[in-house]
Ligand binder design. Sequence first.
Ligand code: PAF
Length: 273
Amino acid sequence: MKIITDKQELQNITKNTIQTIGFIPTMGALHEGHISLIKKARGENELVIVSIFVNPTQFLAGEDFDKYPKRDIADKKICELAGVDILFMPNIDMMYEKDEVTIKAPNIRGFVLDGFKRPGHFDGVLQIVLKLFNLVRPTNAYFGRKDAQQVILIKQMVENLFLPINVVDCPLIRDNNGLALSSRNAYLSVTEKEEALKISRSLQNATKLIVAGNLKIDEIKKAMMETLKGIDVEYIEIVSRELLIIEQIELKNTIILVVVKIGATRLIDNIWI
Ligand code: PAF
């Protein structure tokens, strides 16, 4: 595996190859969720590129940019073992100028849910993903469904800006207890981890109700709130896969999203129905 920190060096390779490129952008602290994306990319592309870059523009003031987990040595090992060809690890100066052309998330889908709670977050995500896409020139780019709104907005960006890239959304990966894998789980104490299991349980309960034929959004949200009793729930939303309001659950066209705070840690989870 080649480790590259210089964007020019990366571009020299990606500009001049005729190989198909599978790309997994990450912020590091890699876990099984990332590994599943790498493995999928490995099976579908000739060249697999992973980036690790903790992107400052997607963090709001007061968020965890400064303490975001950094595990460079372990991450390099994980990438090597998973069959990555190139690991791109730029620094901030390599990726950003002081005064920049910026990109703005779309008004409707960019400013609901997390876009409403974290204004500017998706502008930063799209800005860095576009930059990375331009450097890597991927054939296929892989994102987890855990960040549902993120992958939906990236797909929209690719469509709106006519980028010749196939964006692949991949299943959310959970640990044995059901907790959705996230680099931010590293912040949780043992008791907080136990508490966090209520999140996936609430989604399981929602699924059970739906399987039993209950498509009523209010009733499903109420049942989820019951399961989440004692936790600081930021929001539970049930929307279409276009992130639009729906009257009732639409099979194969619904996402149930839940966001909570456990201690100082903000955790997101969802299920695609
Ligand atoms: O999902 C993430 O880890 C980040 O938002 C991404 C896509 C790497 C952009 O910084």
